[in-house]
Each structure stands twice: as C-alpha cells, then as structure tokens.
Design a protein around this ligand. Structure first.
Ligand code: ADP
Ligand code: MG
Length: 509
C-alpha cells in the first residue's frame, strides 16, 4: 500500500505537506527519527499514519493535558476509536478502571512523562507491543527537563524498559543544543534528522515599545478592537490574564475569556472548547494555553509579556495562521516590565538556601540516605513548603548524586549541596543568555524574520509580502475593516461562482 493511498484513505488529504512523507518513510523503516516541522506543519500525522501500518501500539508522550485532549478528540473525530489518554489528572477511580482494562485493543496511547514514572503503568505498558515511541513537542525534553519537569530526562530509560521501540521526536523549534539533548536523553541510535524550516511566512512580526504599563494596556485595547479575530493574548502572570480580561470586557470586548493553570480543569476544557468553535474571539492566557492546539483561523497573537526565550516565542506565535491565512504576531514591551522575565528565570529553580537547608535536614534526620524514594517526601513538603516543581527538581538531583556517589551522608552533604547549586547556577546562566538574545532581537534594526531564522541556524531565502515592522508593515492589512472588504469580495465571488455553475449546468443540459 503506498503512503499516498494510506493518506487519502485515512485522512482524505490528497497530498503530503512538505517534509511529512520523508519522515514517515524513515519511521516505517523503523529508524529513530528527530523531525522538525514548523508549527502547523502537520506533525501529528507523522505518528498517526504509522499506527495503521505497524502491528503494535503507538505510545505518544505528550506534555499537557489540554494537548492530549485535543489530539484524542481529533483522532476520534476522524473515526479512530482505539485511542486512550493516561495522565495524572485522572481521578483515582478512573485510573483504577483504566488499569484493569485490556490495553491491547488500543492503537494510540497518550501519556504524560510523569505517568511513565509510575511503576504500575510501566508494567501495564510492558505487557503490550509498543511499536513506536513518540515524543511530541520534544523540545520540552531540553526546555523543561533540566529543571521543572525532570521526568523528561528519564524517557530514554523508560523506552529501554519497553523493549526499545523505534522512537520519533517531533518539534517545531529546536536549536542545535536542543537536538543534541533530544538525541541524548531519548537514547536514540543514529537518528535520522529531518530539519525543516521554522519559518512561518504567513505570520507578520511586529515589536512595539511602550513607556508604561498604562500605555501598554491602552494599546492592547486599540489592537484587539481593530485586528481581525480570533486572537490570543499571552501574559506571564495569571493575575494579569484576569485583570486585562476584565479591562477588555469593561471596554466593550465581550467574547473574551481568561485561561491559566490556576482555573479548574472543567473551566479549562470549556474555554478551550469555546475558543475552538469560535464562541470566543479572544483568550487572555498564560503559556498554559495553546500548545499543539489545532485551531486554524487564529489571526493574531499578542504578547503582553515576553517569554524568556525566542524558542517559546516562536512556539507561541505559531498558533496564528495555521490554516494559511495572513496573520500577525505583536510583542508589546514596556519599560516597566523589564525585570519580569528575569524574575521568572530566578523563580524556576529553588532558592539555594532552601536546597542547603533541606539536604542538611535530610541527613540530620536519617543519618544517611541511599534511596530517596524511601523518604516520605510528602511529609517534608509539608514541613518546608515549596513549589512542587522545586521539590521534583531537588529529588531528581539528590537521586542523581546518590547514584553517582553511592549515598548521601554527613561527609558528602556539602558536596551534594555544592553540585546542585552549581547546576542551578549553570542553568540560570544559560537562561539569562537566552533572554539577552531575545532582548537583543526586540531592539535590533535587522529584519526580525532573518534574525529568528539565524537563531535556528537557518537563512532567510525570501521575505514574504508582510514580513516585519523593520521591513515595513501596515497594520491596516490585518484589521477588521480589511476583513469586511475581503469577506464581501469572497461572498460576491462565491455568488459569481455559484451563478456560473448553475449557468453552465443549465447549458450542459
Ligand atoms: P503541528 O505540526 O503543529 O503539530 P498538526 O499536526 O496539528 O500540526 O496539523 C496542522 C493541521 O494540518 C491539521 O489541521 C491537520 O489536519 C492538517 N494536515 C496535516 N497533514 C496534512 C496534509 N497532508 N494535507 C492537508 N492538511 C494536513
Ligand atoms: Mg502538534
């Protein structure tokens, strides 16, 4: 059966998007594959189609619940019923029910990296034939694995325990270092590399510098009043998503909602769903929203706060124009917010004093520790409250130290603390450097697209019509007025087409 035939039969699409076929060929040749396709480039298809050819199941490691839900829904909507998602948000009874299920009948199994650390799930998966181990949004291995989602760094080992199925890592944004991390941490053997351009020619790029936050707020209102919707506005603070959402509502923007990791699961699903079906025009959200979500008609992405690195920025703006429509990404920078990304970077890892305190305490209470999994960390978390991600980071690093040095004891306490603190400093330095590069980009007088591509070791071959504010951009091209005009034209054109068809049908009769 040819790949084209399979594509048509299973999806209805008549041709592959650029890069897909080559990736599929290598996946089906059972090679390890690292594939970069731009946002909206059709990465899901690269693991969906093999499912119909491979005998066993396809296991997809996915970073976010919302993303899993979206992928599962899409597969189900295409008629595929043998799909299941396993994540830590399942209720106890739901988990028990799934554990007792026979998973052999499932073709596509979505799972979070954290669930892959739970022994009973791994055991369950070991009883299956997994023929493809997929890591979607694989840049997370490098971007999150080193600090707040360390379970990403253990995926290689999990893969081994599942009989080392061929693996496929998919992402839209990976620099050379990120590709290196993916290769290493997923234990890949001479992976086939498919590097396609990160460029999204239909997204125009614009940076606006403002003096104060008040000015920024007013500018945002102007923009959302004039730009063609739907659109997404990104913030780095949960409170701000709510505040600005209220502000927009008070100013007559009604179909707007906020979304962040602090709202209930039900609310999150509801808002995502409403946005997907065009019942909402604008979402004010944190980075918790949007990863991998396939909404084709988003026309703008505005950043009210900048992320800490260009990779994240390119990922987030990539949610615009997935259906191919001309769209725009605007970054609003105000002098008053300069320190915010710095603060975020600092907060991603624990306070060095806290690290030192906890390790001293561990040794004081237990004398020596040779297996941290035997220590009731729950009690400790109550004793010295910290973010859960900081605890996860600490226990990952302490375990690593124990593995390398045999145990944690009075003699090795200081070495352990020093090694963790050094790692934290190194991570922070890397992140600060990335932030500096991002800041430089926002102030650069060079074409923004050219510089983004350079960051990913690419060259800009040709500039699109609407490139960036440095090359010259007219915001009116992205405004509602334009929409009315072009829609009117579309309507009259379709009437013309309809009339012509009727006419010709009549004539042919
Ligand atoms: P991403 O690369 O961002 O993960 P998706 O896999 O979500 O992108 O795909 C984006 C959109 O492209 C989806 O609507 C998908 O159905 C569509 N798509 C994927 N492959 C093809 C194809 N060969 N022809 C037409 N549309 C495709
Ligand atoms: Mg995707």
């Amino acid at each position: 059966m040819s790949l084209e035939y399979l594509l048509k039969a299973k999806t209805g699409f008549s041709s592959f998007k650029s890069g897909q076929k080559e990736i599929l060929e290598d996946v089906l040749a059972r090679k390890d594959v690292i594939a970069l396709l731009p946002t909206g480039g059709g990465k899901s298809l690269c693991y969906q189609l093999p499912g119909y050819v491979l005998e066993g199941a396809v296991l997809i490691v996915s970073p976010l619940l919302s993303l899993m839900e979206d992928q599962v829904q899409q597969l189900r909507a295409s008629g595929e019923k043998s799909v299941i998602a396993l994540n830590s948000f399942l209720s106890y009874s739901e988990r028990e029910r799934l554990l007792s299920l026979d998973l052999h009948s499932y073709k596509y199994i979505f799972i979070s990296p954290e669930m892959l650390q739970v022994e009973k799930w791994v055991k369950k998966l070991q009883s299956l034939q997994i023929d493809l181990f997929v890591v979607d949004e694989a840049h997370c291995v490098s971007q999150w694995g080193h600090d707040f989602r360390t379970d990403y760094l253990k995926l290689g080992r999990v893969k081994e325990s599942l009989g080392r199925p061929p693996s496929l890592a998919l992402t839209a944004t990976a620099t050379r270092n990120v590709i290196h991390d993916i290769h290493a941490y997923l234990n890949m053997t001479s992976p086939a590399l498919h590097i396609n351009s990160v460029d999204r020619p239909n997204i125009a790029l614009k940076v606006e510098h403002l003096h104060s936050n008040q000015e920024k707020k007013e500018r945002l209102l102007e923009l959302v009043q004039s730009l063609r919707t739907p659109g997404i506005v990104y913030f780095s603070s949960r409170a701000k998503t709510e505040e600005i959402c209220d502000y927009l509502q008070e100013n007559g923007i009604t179909r707007v909602a906020y979304y962040h990791a602090g709202i209930t699961q039900e609310q999150r699903i509801l808002i995502q769903q409403q946005f997907l079906v065009d019942q909402l025009d604008i979402i004010c959200c944190t980075s918790a929203f949007g990863m991998g979500i396939n909404k084709s008609n988003v026309r703008f992405v505005i950043h009210y706060h900048q992320p800490t690195q260009l990779e994240s920025y390119v990922q987030e703006i990539g949610r615009a124009g997935r259906g191919g429509n001309s769209s725009i990404a605007i970054l609003l920078k105000s002098l008053e917010d300069t320190m915010l990304p710095e603060f975020i970077i600092e907060n991603e890892l624990p306070d060095p004093n806290w690290v030192s305190y906890i390790i001293h305490e561990l040794v004081a209470v237990y004398g020596e520790v040779s297996d941290l999994s035997k220590v009731p960390l729950k009690d400790w978390m109550e004793k010295a409250p910290e973010q859960e991600s900081h605890w996860r980071y600490l226990s990952y690093k302490v375990n690593q130290f124990i593995k390398e040095h045999g145990r944690l004891s009075t003699e090795t306490t200081n070495d352990c603390i020093a090694s963790i603190q050094t790692h934290m400093e190194e991570r922070t330095t890397v992140k600060r450097r990335k932030l500096e590069e991002f800041n430089r980009w926002t102030n650069s007088p060079i074409c923004r697209r050219k510089e983004i591509l350079q960051y990913f070791d690419e060259e800009l071959i040709s500039s699109p019509l609407h490139c960036c504010d440095v090359c010259g951009l007219d915001l009116d091209d992205f405004s509602e007025k334009e929409k009315d005009l072009s829609e009117e034209m579309e309507t009259s054109l379709s009437w013309q087409r309809l009339l012509k068809n009727i006419f010709w049908q009549e004539v042919e009769k």
